[in-house]
Design a binder for this molecule. Structure first.
Ligand code: ADP
Length: 254
């Protein structure tokens, strides 16, 4: 039930561990802090980390006559979350499903969740281009999808992987909203100086290559790691840090 959703944005990455779920959750939290009504849909069936990142583990979703009722992060109901993680007994439970079952579940996620009115629905997808992505793209034919944000790290290996995402978006006619380069340098907790420990400029190079825009470069910031799992927005907790400022810029561009 996406008819009451104004904007749908996919978050993609070529491989796991680049910070895609961190970006999805902080993006949703930043939009919420900016006064928008936001939904966050986690379709990473094999590694659903959104319930953990938003401190919602153990919450139960239930069905109403209108469909699945998402979990709200607070009583203001400005951030609604749906994830396969809410349907598993524990975080360690594995989803071992073949393609058709995964496809059916994602279709249900896209059609049977009662989102109410949303300004933005952020969809956190699994890494790569798998069954889940193809299903989302098929469902998106009936829904207007604004486009995809691609998360990458500065290293070439990740960029090689991420180019496949770009090809996938082109083949499926999903516009690329822009690139987010994550783990771009390390912020020293003592002096706050940022050091490029990997190669730099990969996100910019990719953005130029695919004729898209670099939405922002996020440093590795241990404080962001600490906030993960608390469900708190970097923009609210540490508003003057580089990460918070970059998320502010990203939401201004989408
Ligand atoms: P993915 O969804 O791509 O698999 P995650 O968002 O789960 O990646 O991030 C992987 C790990 O890296 C997590 O422990 C997360 O807290 C950490 N992380 C991600 N981005 C940053 C960052 N900019 N600074 C510090 N830690 C980060």
């Amino acid at each position: 039930m996406l008819e009451h959703v104004k904007h749908v944005i996919l978050v993609l990455s070529g491989k796991g561990g680049v910070g895609k779920s961190t970006v999805s959750s902080q993006l949703a939290l930043t939009l919420k802090e900016n006064g928008f009504k936001v939904g966050l849909l986690d379709i990473d069936l094999c590694g659903p980390s959104i319930p953990y990142l938003l401190n919602l583990e153990g919450k139960d979703v239930h069905q109403s006559t209108e469909g699945w009722v998402p979990i709200y992060t607070d009583s203001s109901k400005s951030l609604a979350v749906m994830s396969i993680g809410f349907l598993l007994k524990s975080r360690n439970d594995a989803v071992i499903w073949r393609g058709p079952k995964k496809t059916a579940m994602i279709k249900q996620f896209l059609t049977d969740v009662h989102w109410e009115d949303l300004d933005y629905l952020i969809i956190d997808t699994p890494p790569g281009t798998s069954d889940e992505h193809i299903t989302v793209m098929e469902c998106m034919r009936e829904v207007k999808c604004d486009g995809a944000i691609i998360v990458t790290t500065p290293q070439e290996v990740a960029l090689e992987d991420v180019r496949k995402e770009v090809t996938f978006c082109k083949k499926t006619n999903i516009p690329i909203i822009g690139i987010v380069e994550n783990m771009s340098g390390f912020v020293c907790p003592n002096c706050r100086e940022c050091t490029n420990i990997f190669s730099s400029g990969g996100g910019k190079a990719l953005a130029e290559l695919v004729k898209s825009q670099l939405l922002g470069t996020l440093p590795i910031d241990p404080r962001v790691g600490v906030l993960a799992g608390t469900g708190r927005a970097v923009i609210k907790e540490i508003p003057d840090c580089t990460t918070a400022l970059v998320f502010k810029e990203i939401v201004e561009q989408i």
